[in-house]
Design a protein around this ligand. Structure first.
Ligand code: GDD
Ligand code: MN
Length: 400
C-alpha cells in the first residue's frame, strides 16, 4: 500500500493518508504518539497479525513528536494491509488527552479503540474488545489490569505501582457511582462506539480521557476485558510528576462541576488552611513575636495557602478575566472580613436573639463560610457571561 496523497489534516497540519477510508462496522485504532519511533513498526506489525481481515480496520496516529516518528509512520504505513493515517499536531494542545480527543473526533468508524503506541497495550486484544462490545451491546469496553486475568506486570517500579493504585483508589472514591463496574478508570486502553462519543466528551477536557468519559457521559452499558499490561517495547515513558498534578486537577475539576460540590471543596480547602496557619503561629511565637500580631500574620499564611489551592484546583478555568493581584486582593479582603464579621455577628446572635454562645458561634461560622464562598465566586471568579462550554484559552477546533 502506498502513500496516496498529502491532504490538509483536521488541524491544518499535514496529514498523510494511505489506502481507502474504512467501511461501516469497522474499527479505527487511535494511537497517541510522542517520540515513539522505535515502536511504530512493531506495533503496526502486531496489529496486522491480530486483526482478522473480516474486521476492517484503520490506524490513526495522533502525533505530537519532536523526533522522526512521523517519518517512521509514513514509511511503515506503506507495508500495511490497512489504511494508516497520521495526524501530526504542530501544537500539542492538551497533551496526551488532547491527542486522544482529536483522534475520537477524526475517527469515522463504528468502533474506536484507543491504545498506547509503546506496546504496553497488546494489539491482540483489539478483536476481543470489539467482539465483547458487540456481544454485550456495550457502548464502552475497558481493557482492565485489575480484574481476574489482568495484571500490571509491565508497570515499572514500586513507585509507579503505588501512584497508579493511589490514583485509581482516589478516582473510585470520588466517583463511586459513576465508576461502578469500571475497575481500571486510569486505563488508556479501551473501545468505544462512535455513537457513544458525545459532543460533551469532545470539548477540550482534562487528562484522563476514559475517566472523563465515564464521569461526564457514561454509556449505558460498560463492559471490561482483562489484559496484562506489558513492558514497554522501546523508548521511555513520558509520565512525569507534572502529569500527576494535572491528573489531580482534572479529578477536582470533574468532581466540582456543581456549585454544591464546589462549596464542599471550598470548605475542605479552607479547613486545610489551619495547618499552615497553626505552623505559622507556632514559628512566629517561637521567634518571640507577641501572639496577637502573630495571629494576624499566621492567618495570612492560611489565606495564602487557601488562595493557591483555590486558584489552581477550584477556579482554574475562571481566573483569566481578572489580574492576579486583583484576585489576591479581593480574596484576602474577603478572608479577613470573615474574621472581622464573625465577632459582631456572634454578639448580635447572643445579645439580640438570645442564642446560646456555642450555637451562635457555630451558626456564625456557617454563615460567614457560606458568605465567603458566595463572595469568592461572585467577586473574585465571576464566570464570564455567554461562556461556551469548555471555552478558555484553548479554542475548540472541531473536525469538519
Ligand atoms: N500525542 C501525544 N501527545 N501522545 C503522547 C503524549 C503527548 O503529549 N504523551 C504521551 N503520549 C503517548 C505515548 O507516546 C504513548 O503512546 C502513550 O501516549 C502512553 O504514554 P507513556 O509515556 O507510555 O505512558 P505510561 O505508560 O506511563 O502510561 C500509560 O499507562 C497508564 C496506566 O498506568 C498510559 O496508557 C496511561 O493512559 C495509563 O493511564
Ligand atoms: Mn507506556
Amino acid at each position: 500500500m502506498s502513500q496516496e496523497s498529502t491532504v490538509p489534516g483536521e488541524l491544518g497540519d499535514p496529514a498523510v493518508r494511505a489506502g481507502e477510508p474504512p467501511e461501516p462496522g469497522a474499527v479505527t485504532i487511535v494511537v497517541p504518539t510522542f517520540n515513539e519511533s522505535g515502536n511504530i513498526r512493531e506495533l503496526l506489525h502486531r496489529i496486522t497479525e491480530s486483526v482478522p481481515s473480516r474486521l476492517p480496520c484503520e490506524v490513526l496516529f495522533v502525533d505530537d513528536s519532536t523526533d522522526d516518528t512521523p517519518d517512521v509512520i509514513v514509511r511503515a504505513a506503506q507495508d500495511c494491509p490497512f489504511p494508516v493515517t497520521l495526524l501530526h499536531r504542530e501544537e500539542p494542545v492538551g497533551g496526551l488527552g488532547g491527542a486522544v480527543v482529536e483522534g475520537l473526533k477524526a475517527a469515522g468508524s463504528d468502533w474506536i479503540v484507543v491504545m498506547d503506541g509503546d506496546l504496553q497495550h497488546p494489539p491482540s486484544l483489539v478483536p476481543e474488545l470489539i467482539g465483547t462490545g458487540e456481544r454485550t451491546n456495550a457502548g464502552l469496553v475497558v481493557a482492565s489490569r485489575y480484574i481476574k486475568g489482568g495484571s500490571r506486570a509491565g508497570l515499572a517500579g514500586g513507585y509507579r505501582i503505588a501512584v497508579s493504585r493511589g490514583a485509581t483508589w482516589l478516582a473510585k472514591t470520588l466517583f463511586p457511582r459513576r465508576l461502578r463496574g469500571i475497575s481500571d478508570p486510569m486505563s488508556g486502553f479501551f473501545a468505544i462506539r462512535r455513537s457513544a462519543v458525545t459532543a460533551e466528551i469532545l470539548q477540550p477536557l482534562g487528562y484522563k480521557i476514559l475517566l472523563e468519559l465515564a464521569v461526564r457521559s457514561r454509556p449505558r452499558e460498560v463492559t471490561e476485558v482483562p489484559f496484562v499490561f506489558q513492558e514497554r517495547f522501546a523508548g521511555r515513558s513520558k509520565s512525569t510528576a507534572q502529569e500527576g498534578f494535572r491528573f489531580l486537577r482534572h479529578l477536582v475539576g470533574l468532581r466540582t462541576a456543581s456549585p454544591l460540590a464546589r462549596m464542599v471543596a471550598f470548605g475542605l480547602i479552607g479547613a486545610s488552611g489551619f495547618v499552615p496557619n497553626l505552623l505559622g503561629l507556632w514559628a512566629l511565637t517561637r521567634l518571640g513575636v507577641h501572639y496577637l500580631p502573630a495571629e494576624i500574620l499566621a492567618n495570612q499564611l492560611g489565606v495564602a495557602w487557601n488562595f493557591l489551592l483555590i486558584e489552581h484546583l477550584l477556579f482554574r478555568e475562571r481566573r483569566r478575566h481578572r489580574r492576579w493581584w486583583d484576585r489576591v486582593g479581593r480574596f484576602a479582603l474577603l478572608a479577613n472580613a470573615d474574621l472581622v464579621l464573625r465577632i459582631p455577628l456572634i454578639a448580635t446572635l447572643v445579645g439580640t436573639f438570645g442564642v446560646g454562645v456555642l450555637p451562635a458561634t457555630a451558626l456564625a461560622l456557617v454563615m460567614t463560610f457560606v458568605l465567603r464562598f458566595v463572595g469568592t465566586e461572585a467577586l473574585v471568579y465571576l464566570p464570564r457571561r455567554s461562556r461556551t462550554p469548555g471555552s478558555g484559552s484553548r479554542t475548540s477546533r472541531r473536525a469538519a
